[in-house]
Design a protein around this ligand. Structure first.
Ligand code: PLP
Length: 483
């Protein structure tokens, strides 16, 4: 299916201007010297259309954003109405109805006493805000040395200097060093690639010899691995000195590296450790909140109570930018007395138009039962993607909800992965382009081991899953033959 191609003159003008003036994000600009920049002009449901009128399934919801899919006039109208009524006013000592109502709504969804919503314009700012709040809170409550942050290897938490410092991807950081000091990495929950994690870390001898899951070292259960991975946080806190550690930043399902869900019991153990050392648990839900895992928040799905949740992306389904953090009453308490003030803010944080759009977005979530739709269909999505495991190049399919990573391997039996050159040729040279040419927009990523990431709009159903599988099967089969 296709739509009307763009007028050729306009198309040519856009191509020239894109090359001459537009600096695209995380983009190797040289690759567009001899190729057209893909220009997306329209979206409808789960599909997007380019300037030539070609249609693509939006397998990544833009960038883990478009929960409700494209072309929802109701959200566009909410934006227009708010812009006409009050286009802008800051939340600096003043408020406006849409931000107030949205804070109440979000606090109502958030688990426990996560009642205090601080708005930003996106995810990186939400992460910055959470770290600053953690530092400020401990300074006000008599533990001024607590300032360090622990996060996981390969995890992505944003690009501003604090958030980048928390990010666990050295290649993304090198050009910007020195970053904000005082962040430390612990292992993530990649069971497929977990090497032997050693007997001292088994807390219960009965866990030995439990049959292993799909991946993992021989003799290790997923639960034991999760316990070990969580305990590494305690080890890091001890190594750094508990008096100096303020927070642990973790995604419910880690995105970078290709969707690592938490092993059973992982977050429960992390919560225990955080309580023991008085360290704040920050659930970075910039991707995982608002339906991606079939719940408003990932913490609900895995049954843990964070001290702070960071969110962005899906809160508006991308119809306007917005992010924020939700803090517990305990964390706001010191700021409720006398002159104490959280000296932090963003001009556009909680923008009236974005807040109104978020309210309209959440109305649709309720009315159409979006979370239930994800829960009802996630099994079918998984089963459809798992059909690809018959291909020699597909090593692992992992994730939850509408959020999956497919790890590609050179040798399935040994799990041998690709070297840098092969990865470059496979992912950049062939896969990304071939998937797009075959009608699937998704992400081929090598920030960890090479994976294809899928995170489609939450309205997708079996017909979309089949289409995704069909295109992946064709392209991955061809990729394997090129190796
Ligand atoms: C877990 C997580 N945190 C933070 C961010 C940064 O968000 P933003 O790009 O809106 O600054 C992202 C972006 O993808 C993310 O996935």
């Amino acid at each position: 299916m296709s739509s009307q191609p763009m007028d050729p003159e306009r198309h040519e003008h856009l191509q020239r201007a894109a090359r001459d003036n537009l600096w695209m994000h995380f983009t190797r600009m040289s690759s567009y010297q001899d190729h057209d920049v893909p220009v997306i002009v329209k979206g409808e449901g789960a599909y997007i259309y380019d300037a030539q009128g070609r249609r693509y399934l939006d397998g990544l919801a833009g960038l883990f954003v478009s929960q409700l899919g494209h072309g929802r006039t109701e959200l566009a109208e909410a934006a227009a109405k708010q812009a006409a009524e009050l286009a802008f006013f800051p939340l600096w000592s003043y408020a406006h109805p849409s931000a107030i109502e949205l804070s109440e709504r979000i606090a109502g969804y958030a688990p426990g006493d996560l009642n205090r919503v601080f708005f930003t314009t996106g995810g990186g700012e939400a992460v910055e805000s959470a770290w600053k709040l953690a530092k400020n809170y401990f300074k006000l409550t008599g533990r001024p040395l607590k300032h360090k942050v622990i996060s996981r290897a390969i995890a992505y938490h944003g690009t501003t200097q604090g958030a980048l410092s928390i990010t666990g991807l050295p290649p993304l950081k090198q050009m910007f060093e020195p970053l904000v000091p005082s962040t430390f990495r612990v292992p993530n929950t990649n069971f497929y690639r977990a090497s032997e994690f050693g007997s001292p870390h088994y807390h219960d001898e009965s866990e030995r010899g439990v049959p292993r899951g799909a991946g993992g070292p021989a003799g290790a259960s997923l639960e034991a691995f999760g316990r070990w991975a969580a305990d590494q946080i305690a080890v890091a806190i001890e190594n750094e000195g508990p008096d100096t550690v303020a927070a642990v930043f973790l995604e419910p399902v880690q995105n970078a590296g290709g969707c690592f869900p938490p092993p059973p019991g992982y977050f429960q153990r992390v919560r225990e450790i955080c309580d023991e050392y008085d360290v704040l648990l920050v659930s970075d839900e910039v991707i995982c909140a608002f339906g991606r895992l079939g719940h408003m928040f990932g913490a609900e799905r895995y049954g843990y109570q964070p001290d702070i949740i960071t969110f962005a992306k899906g809160v508006t389904s991308g119809y306007s930018p917005l992010g924020g953090m939700i803090a517990t009453d305990r964390l706001m308490e010191p700021f409720l007395h006398g002159p104490e003030t959280f000296l932090h803010g963003y001009t556009f944080g909680g923008h009236p138009v974005s807040s109104a759009v978020a309210l309209a977005n959440l109305d649709v979530f309720e009315r159409e039962g979006i979370n239930q739709h994800v829960l009802d269909n996630e099994g079918a999505f998984r089963a459809t993607l798992e059909r690809l495991l018959d291909l020699p190049i597909v090593g692992d399919v992992r994730g939850d909800g509408y959020f999956y990573g497919i790890e590609l391997v050179k040798d399935k039996a040994t799990k041998e992965t690709f070297d840098e050159n092969e990865s470059e040729r496979l992912l950049r040279g062939f896969l990304s382009k071939a998937l797009f040419e075959n009608g699937l927009y998704c992400r081929a990523d090598d920030r960890g081991d090479p994976v294809i990431q899928l995170s489609p709009p939450l309205i997708c159903d079996q017909s979309h899953f089949d289409e995704i599988e069909e295109i992946l099967r064709k392209v991955l089969t061809e990729a394997a033959s090129l190796l």
